[in-house]
Write a new protein. Structure first.
Lengths: 407, 221
């Protein structure tokens, strides 16, 4: 008996009991569907996080001021006011691995254009900011080095701010009011989308950092919230971090053995964290998947055993008309594999549907990789072979005489 | 001779006790013969039919079928003999449920010499026509009367063109009219040269056969 005929006989047997076949495969269907859907959403999330991290700019190192120690108490990160724009200039000058640098001073304000207003974050930046973040202007001009010294009231708007304040007008050249002071819009940023953890990166206004410090914050000091540093290459990350730390310790006159009064963070740490989280998720999913597949497989074995008992007479008859033991074994094995395989296919379809629905409703990114589909399919077929073998072996071992007499 | 049994014995072992089901049975059946086997229940007639039908191996003696010693064949080889050399007709028909008459008749062809779907269909249709059921080919067994079901079973037994038909109480579950129909078909088949062996306990059914043997305590009397 050839393979095609075996498959056809098995298929006919399953068709004779459609309802039960479907119920039997349900365990596999649900298991596979859950895995496909969750893996799709998980992979989508991880890929989009990585994408978004790359939108922050590559080769990034961030320096934050450290925490302040007062008596026995330590304040949070950034409570020390020791990090200055001059530190950044020194790093840019003295560290050969640094390509560009921008101090960042953060504040927030209501911004008004005619009758519209919008609360947003203001980032005081240096000329190095746009290149380091590889962020282009959609229109207008970037700040000049001169703007950093004169405290001139100019700004560059993010797309979200433009959307909120300017209906159809071209913002470039218009005057907006920030804290009751007039600022001239000299440029508009291109759209960057949301960042790794969901913040809208386009909901921002860029102002020269000196203007932010002197005019908006009315402060004579040059301390900043952050130094954003662009390296020439990620290959020299370790040396660059060492140099930066050395320069800062020297400038801050820290005694050997004293704690750093700053924190250096690079993107690889964030990427590593995300990779760690997503691989942990993958392991968890694999565990859930195996449990659901084992449960589904046991369901198939159970029903196949019932089916063998129920169809004892049929088995006897098939043997009487010439079926060999291996024909019977194969028939029941193919039935189990077909049940599991069909369950797998249905589960994949259902899982993709569920993932796409989730994507539609929650606007989550979803990624269904062909690899996971293939893996799910071969796994369910494997479950069929594994759990179908025992019932099939029982069927093949039956004696034709007793089977024919079975009531 | 189509069938030669020499000193066939069959002993079942239940625990420590040997139970002889057949003792020293020696019979021969010529080609074109029609043999009825009669006997009370427990007389060994079913065991004899199982041995003749290659469903069971004798514990002693020789069984030559169509010139071939089949008493010591492997179970795969016996399956092949059953498929090619004989057809079975059972008391309870043993048709596959929820399966059309046509597919039931085609069943032995799946385990025989490979043939195309068209060939299978053609053979099965011809045989269903021959037993007078050409208008019932798509009916399932539950939609057929007992007599019709037994005729489907006969068509199934004939589909591989075997020289031998074995029937176990073929009329046992039928009313007398349907039973008479079945016996008429058997006689026609026998007239065409097919050898028939039939177990029955009804004397008027046995009377249709050319020869009758009686069994008692595992022996032919």
């Amino acid at each position: 008996m050839n393979a095609v005929v075996t498959v056809r006989i098995a298929m006919r047997a399953l068709q004779r009991n459609k309802g039960r076949s479907l119920l039997t495969a349900l365990g596999i269907i649900i298991g596979i569907a859950a895995v496909i859907a969750v893996v799709g959403v998980g992979q989508g999330a991880s890929v989009s996080m990585k994408d978004q991290i790359s939108t922050m700019g590559s080769n990034l190192v961030m320096v934050f001021p450290g925490s302040q120690r007062t008596g026995g108490f330590r304040g949070g990160s950034g409570t020390q006011q020791t990090l200055t724009a001059e530190d950044g200039d020194a790093i840019l000058k003295d560290c050969p691995y640094v390509a560009a640098m921008s101090p960042i001073v953060r504040t927030g304000a209501q911004i008004v254009y005619r009758e519209n207003d919008w609360a947003t974050s203001i980032q005081g930046i240096g000329t190095g900011y746009l290149p380091v973040r590889s962020w282009d202007l959609a229109s207008g001009e970037p700040f000049t080095e001169n703007d950093m010294h004169t405290g001139v009231r100019v700004c560059i708007l993010g797309q979200t701010v433009v959307d909120q304040l300017f209906a159809d007008d071209d913002p470039v050249g218009k005057m907006v009011r920030i804290r009751n002071m007039s600022f001239r819009v000299i440029g508009v940023l291109t759209r960057k989308g949301s960042a790794a953890f969901g913040q809208d990166q386009d909901d921002t206004i860029l102002v020269p950092w000196t203007t932010t410090r002197r005019v908006l914050q009315n402060s004579p000091f040059n301390n900043v919230n952050q130094l954003l540093i662009g390296l020439t290459s990620m290959d020299t990350l370790a040396q660059a971090r060492e140099d930066i730390a050395g320069i800062l310790r020297q400038r801050h006159r820290l005694a050997p053995g004293a704690e750093d009064d700053f924190t250096v963070i690079d993107m690889t740490e964030i990427t590593q964290t995300i990779t760690k989280v997503s691989s942990l998720m993958t392991v968890l999913l694999a565990v859930i998947a195996s449990i659901s597949l084992v449960v589904g497989g046991i369901g198939i074995m159970n029903i196949m055993l019932v089916s063998v008992t129920e169809r004892t007479r049929e088995i006897g008859l098939r043997m009487a008309v010439g079926a060999r033991r291996r024909d019977i074994l194969l028939q029941f094995l193919v039935e189990a594999v077909a049940l599991a395989g069909a369950g797998g296919i249905l589960g994949i379809v259902l899982g993709i549907g569920a993932a796409l629905t989730v994507a539609q409703v929650n606007h989550w990114p979803v990624l269904i990789s062909p690899g996971s589909v293939l893996l799910a399919l071969s796994f369910s077929a494997g479950v069929g072979v594994f759990f179908g073998f025992y019932p099939a072996w029982r069927a093949a071992r039956l004696s034709p005489i007793e089977s024919l007499r079975h009531e | 001779m189509l069938i030669e049994l020499r000193h066939i014995s069959k002993t079942y072992r239940v625990g420590e006790i040997d139970i002889p089901a057949l003792r020293d049975v020696t019979i021969s059946i010529e080609r074109g013969g029609f043999l009825a086997i009669m006997g009370a229940s427990g007389s060994g007639k079913s065991t004899l039919l199982n041995v003749l039908g290659c469903l069971d191996r004798p514990t002693g003696g020789e069984y030559r079928l169509d010139g071939e010693e089949v008493g010591r064949l492997s179970s795969d080889a016996l399956a092949r003999v059953r498929n090619r050399k004989m057809g079975f007709v059972f008391q309870n028909f043993n048709l596959l449920t929820r399966t059309s008459a046509l597919e039931n008749v085609e069943l032995p062809l799946y385990y025989g010499i490979p043939c195309t779907r068209e060939e299978r269909r053609r053979k099965a249709l011809a045989l269903l026509d021959r037993v007078g059921l050409s208008d019932r080919i798509d009916h399932h067994p539950s939609q057929l009367s007992g007599g019709q079901q037994q005729r489907v079973a006969i068509a199934r037994a004939l589909v591989n063109d075997p020289p031998l038909i074995l029937a176990d109480e073929p009329t046992g579950n039928l009313d007398s009219r349907a039973g008479a129909d079945i016996m008429r078909i058997f006689k026609e088949l026998n007239d065409e040269g097919i050898t028939l062996i039939m177990v029955t306990h009804e004397p008027d059914i046995a009377a249709c056969a050319k020869r009758t043997i009686h069994m008692r305590d595992g022996e032919v009397t």
